[in-house]
Design a protein around this ligand. Structure first.
Ligand code: KIV
Ligand code: NA
Length: 274
């Protein structure tokens, strides 16, 4: 299989074939996602919540993102790898945005970057694209703006904000994104936006009419015990399974059942020192 490109992703929309995207933050997970035939591996700044133990994506740095993007790139052969630009890495000025975005491709081994926002990042999208860096947009619930949005909540539910989101989608398309994430947008609005733009929409909590779907891999695997948002479907319950395995190890060591004979190495008796 050859590596997917942003053109392949755009073509899927034209051909009406759904696009799949999942997160990965490390090499073995990236390999699993890639081998499952997923189109896009997103190194999300959700690494902050999922892996680094922060309660938002705001503390995540360029150094964090590059570290995880390099690990992911080593595990992926077919999928398109997209690196998520962290908080304030693209908003200060355009030069800094190009430098930071470029590092995802040059040092991280990604093929594209993603950044959050609508009209306010359009000019940044334009300069990145003209520097040869493919950009994925992200509108609706944009977690880096959680303090401005007043929490993690559905976006675009009233006429004014729905219109604004539709305009933002058109502006991003015009600025040159190859695709855009729609996060926590009502189903009919996501459908309307998807019909209004020629680039693919990839939904999370945005219903079935987007051109593709993305989830956080840890969520779909059920790797957490606690709260999962309504839009997540759990395809496995690994939290319980991992907990069971760890408790069993402890019990077997404490009771002397592990390690058994087959887990050890023998040596000739005469070689053993007195
Ligand atoms: O960081 C992330 O995982 C994301 C996806 C949820 C789209 O941005
Ligand atoms: Na993100």
């Amino acid at each position: 299989d050859k590596r997917l490109t942003t053109l392949d992703i755009r073509r899927k929309k034209e051909e009406g074939r759904p696009i799949t995207m999942l997160t990965a933050y490390d090499c073995p997970t990236a390999r699993l996602v890639d081998e499952a035939g997923i189109d896009i591996v997103l190194v999300g700044d959700s690494v902050g919540n999922v892996i680094l133990g922060y309660d938002s994506t705001i503390p995540v740095t360029m150094a964090d993102m590059l570290h995880h993007t390099r690990a992911v790139s080593r595990g992926v052969r077919r999928a398109l790898v997209v690196g998520d630009m962290p908080f304030l890495s693209y908003n200060v000025d355009r030069v800094e945005a190009i430098r930071n975005a470029g590092r995802f491709l040059q040092e991280g081994g990604a093929q594209a970057v993603k950044l959050e926002g609508g009209r306010e990042v359009a000019e940044t999208v334009r300069v990145l694209v003209s520097a040869g860096i493919p950009v994925m947009g992200h509108i609706g619930l944009t977690p880096q703006s959680v303090h401005q949005l007043g929490g993690y909540r559905v976006q675009g539910r009233d006429a004014a904000s729905a219109r604004r989101l539709l305009e933002d989608a058109r502006i991003l398309e015009e600025a040159g994104v190859f695709a855009m994430v729609l996060e926590c947008v009502p189903v009919p609005l996501a459908q309307r936006i998807t019909a209004a733009v020629n680039v693919p929409t990839i939904g999370i909590g945005a219903g079935p009419y987007c051109d593709g779907q993305v989830l956080v891999t840890h969520d779909l695997l059920g790797l957490y015990g606690g709260f999962t948002p309504r839009f997540v479907k759990r395809y496995a319950a690994l939290h319980g399974e991992i907990g069971r395995a760890l408790r069993e190890f402890r019990e077997e060591v404490e009771s002397g059942r592990f390690p058994a004979e087959e887990h050890g190495f023998a040596m000739p008796e005469e070689e053993l020192p007195e």
